[in-house]
Ligand binder design. Structure first.
Ligand code: PHE
Length: 337
C-alpha cells in the first residue's frame, strides 16, 4: 500500500500537461469516484490499527496534493488562454490566400462555349494529329492548295500532320451524325509560322457548324451578330466582307465594331472602326457530299475564330506571345475573372 501511495505521489508531482482534456482525465483517474484515491481509501479500512495513523496521513497528503495540482493547472490554463486573447489584434487585416486563376484563354474559350450552348450548340472534340483527309481533302482543298504546303503545315509524314484548324473535327462529326447538326469544336491548332506579336506556331480555335434543312446565310449572319453582342456588348455591330475558303461558298470574313473607340477609329482598329474576328460561310456542297450528307437535301453554315484573337480584343492585350509565356505578372491580372 505504501508503494502505491508513493507512486501516486510521483504521478501527481510529475503531471504538468496544460490542456483541458488532460487535466480532466487526470482528475477523474486520481480524484474521481472510481479513481486511484477512492480505491486506496477503500483499502485503508483493512490497514492494521498500528499503521493507520501513518498511512492515513500520507493518504490525506496525496489527496490534497492532487486537488492542488488540478486547481493550479486549471488556473494556469485560464491565464495562458487570456494572455493569448490579449495578444491577438482583431483589427489587423487577415493574411490573404493566394488563389490560382484560370488562364485567360480558358476564360474566353469557356465564355464562347457558354454563348453558343445557349442557342443549342454542343461541343465536340477531336485529335490534334490528323490525316490529310480530315484536315484537307474532305474539306475540298484542291490538291495544289498552298495551305497544304510545308510552309503552313507541320507534316509528320506525307499523309499525317498536326491539324491546322479544328474544321477537321467537324468532318468527323458529319461522317458520324446525321442532321440536324449544331456543334462547336474548340481546340489547339498548329501552323508553321514565324512567332511574332500577331502570329504563333500554335494557337486555339473554336469552329462552329450548323447543318439542317433550309439553313440560310441570314441564319449565319444572325447567329454571328448574337455572338458578337454577347461577347463584346449589345451595341456591337458586325460587318461581313466577301472572302474565300475551300470549304465554304459563299465565304466571308467578319469584323466587329471596335469596342475601344465605339467605332470612331483608334490605334487598335487602325482607324477603321472595325476589327476582324472570324471567317465563315455556307458549307460547300462538295464537303457535305464528301462526308456522306446529301447536299440536295441539306445546307449548312460554318465559322471559325481564334480564341487568342478574341481574348486580345476583349482584354486589350497587344502581343499574342503573352498568352504562352506563363508570366505570373500577366496571368495574375485575370484572377477575378
Ligand atoms: N477553318 C478556317 C481557318 O482556320 C476558319 C473557317 C471556318 C472559315 C469555317 C470559314 C468557315 O481559318
Amino acid at each position: 500500500m505504501k508503494e502505491r501511495i508513493q507512486s501516486l505521489l510521483k504521478r501527481i508531482d510529475g503531471f504538468s500537461e496544460l490542456s483541458e482534456e488532460a487535466i480532466e482525465k487526470f482528475r477523474i483517474e486520481v480524484l474521481g469516484r472510481k479513481g486511484e484515491l477512492t480505491s486506496l481509501f477503500d483499502e485503508f479500512k483493512q490497514v492494521p490499527v498500528d499503521l493507520k495513523k501513518e498511512i492515513g496521513k500520507e493518504l490525506n497528503i496525496a489527496r490534497n496534493k492532487a486537488q492542488e495540482k488540478v486547481n493550479e493547472l486549471k488556473k494556469k490554463l485560464k491565464e495562458s488562454a487570456e494572455s493569448v486573447g490579449r495578444s491577438v489584434d482583431l483589427t489587423l487585416p487577415t493574411a490573404s490566400y493566394e488563389l490560382g486563376s484560370r488562364h485567360p484563354i480558358s476564360i474566353i474559350r469557356n465564355e464562347i462555349i457558354s454563348i453558343f450552348s445557349r442557342i443549342g450548340f454542343n461541343v465536340t472534340d477531336g485529335p490534334e494529329i490528323e490525316s490529310d483527309w480530315y484536315n484537307f481533302t474532305a474539306l475540298n482543298f484542291p490538291e495544289e492548295h498552298p495551305a497544304r504546303d510545308m510552309q503552313d503545315t507541320f507534316f509528320i509524314d506525307k499523309d499525317v500532320a498536326l491539324r491546322t484548324h479544328t474544321s477537321s473535327v467537324q468532318v468527323r462529326v458529319m461522317e458520324n451524325q446525321s442532321p440536324p447538326i449544331r456543334t462547336i469544336s474548340p481546340g489547339r491548332v498548329f501552323r508553321n509560322e514565324a512567332i511574332s506579336a500577331r502570329a504563333h506556331c500554335f494557337f486555339h480555335q473554336i469552329e462552329g457548324l450548323y447543318i439542317d434543312k433550309d439553313v440560310s446565310f441570314a441564319d449565319l449572319k444572325q447567329t454571328l451578330l448574337y455572338f458578337a453582342q454577347e461577347m463584346f456588348g449589345e451595341k456591337t455591330e458586325i460587318r461581313l466582307r466577301p472572302s474565300y475558303f475551300p470549304f465554304t461558298e459563299p465565304s466571308a470574313e467578319v469584323d466587329v465594331s471596335c469596342n475601344l473607340c465605339q467605332g470612331k477609329g483608334c490605334n487598335v482598329c487602325k482607324h477603321t472602326g472595325f476589327l476582324e474576328i472570324l471567317g465563315c460561310g455556307m458549307v460547300d456542297p462538295n464537303v457535305l457530299d464528301n462526308c456522306g450528307i446529301d447536299s440536295k437535301e441539306y445546307t449548312g453554315f460554318a465559322f471559325g475564330m481564334g480564341v487568342e484573337r478574341i481574348a486580345m480584343l476583349k482584354y486589350g492585350v497587344d502581343d499574342l506571345r503573352y498568352f504562352f509565356e506563363n508570366d505570373i505578372r500577366f496571368l495574375k491580372q485575370f484572377q477575378s475573372a
